[in-house]
Design a protein around this ligand. Structure first.
Ligand SMILES: C[S@@+](CC[C@H](N)C(=O)[O-])C[C@H]1O[C@@H](n2cnc3c(N)ncnc32)[C@H](O)[C@@H]1O
Length: 273
């Protein structure tokens, strides 16, 4: 007898991105090749009866989610290759299989952080070699569990719009000041993109009214978190767009002509501190 999942809508977004990567892995020209995501999604559906179809995942979400994950993985891989004693902190990790994809050197300490309901699921479906922290990332205290004397790469994928107003900079500042040096990588949402998310079919299906975002990629340099922008990657212009299915590819290439329009789509923001 399946035992249904008990997640609130924000926690349920972990299943949305998992499923997007799972579907990408089954596409003829997969961008991320995350077959573990597909295996986990299948097991969750089998055990709990969860209806992934209700998430209304569209081809544009599949391609965009896979591509942003691939670009964020690149940053994590480069950082852990040059800092084999690094700490990786994946904030709002959901059910992401990033540590398996990045396969860091043995000396790396990997910390996955999410709300307890989600970390319980992770423990069940992704019992891997990472340290799991069950916490609200906006709360002080949990970061004391991190080894603060090592270089760190902090990841915040798909998290920013779901945190209550103003809490993202505070959360990031608390972390960057805990480590001697490091990098931060996130997928950015403009204010408009964060506001418009509520009209996205998948977010609408979950009934979430997401709100946080920022427009200027330099804005985090003013958060008193010691951040300096390394790069803003507008994913409409990434070579991997060639693997997007039509008509998503054609539309993405059209948007790529405009920086302002591209910023409303998926962008990966990379900082050092
Ligand atoms: C869109 S999902 C992204 C998950 C994962 N990063 C990925 O890309 O698949 C957003 C995640 O943020 C988590 N989250 C939201 N608010 C949080 C908070 N205050 N503290 C910890 N995690 C949070 C949710 O539980 C969810 O797993």
């Amino acid at each position: 007898m399946p035992s249904p999942l008990r997640l609130d809508p924000v926690q349920e977004t972990a299943l949305l991105t998992l499923y997007a990567r799972a579907l990408d892995s089954k596409a003829p020209a997969s961008i991320l090749g995350d077959t573990l995501a597909a295996a986990v999604a299948d097991r969750i559906a089998g055990d709990t009866g969860y209806d992934f179809a209700k998430l209304k995942v569209k081809p544009s979400l599949i391609a965009g989610t896979a591509l942003r994950a691939a670009k964020i993985d690149d940053v994590v891989r480069r950082f852990t290759a040059t800092h084999p004693d690094a700490v990786v902190v994946d904030l709002g990790c959901g059910l992401d299989t990033r540590s398996a994809r990045c396969d860091p050197p043995d000396g790396v300490g990997w910390y996955d952080v999410d709300l307890p309901e989600v970390t319980d699921l992770r423990r069940r479906y992704l019992p891997d070699r990472t340290h799991l922290i069950a916490a609200d990332v906006t709360e002080p205290g949990w970061s004391q569990a991190l080894p603060g004397d090592r270089p760190a790469v902090i990841v915040a994928e798909g998290l920013l719009p779901f945190l209550p107003g103003g809490s993202f900079p505070t959360t990031i500042r608390r972390l960057t000041t805990r480590f001697p040096t490091g990098e931060l990588v996130l997928n950015g949402y403009t204010r408009f993109a964060a506001w418009a998310m509520k009209y996205h079919p998948s977010i609408k299906a979950l009934g979430i009214d997401a709100a946080q975002g920022f427009d200027d990629p330099h804005e985090p340099e003013h958060w008193n978190a010691g951040l300096t922008l390394v790069a803003e990657q507008l994913l409409t212009r990434a070579p991997e767009v060639a693997a997007f299915p039509q008509p998503v590819r054609a539309l993405t290439r059209l948007l790529a002509h405009s920086t302002a329009m591209s910023r409303q789509g998926t962008r990966v923001l990379h900082y050092r501190f």
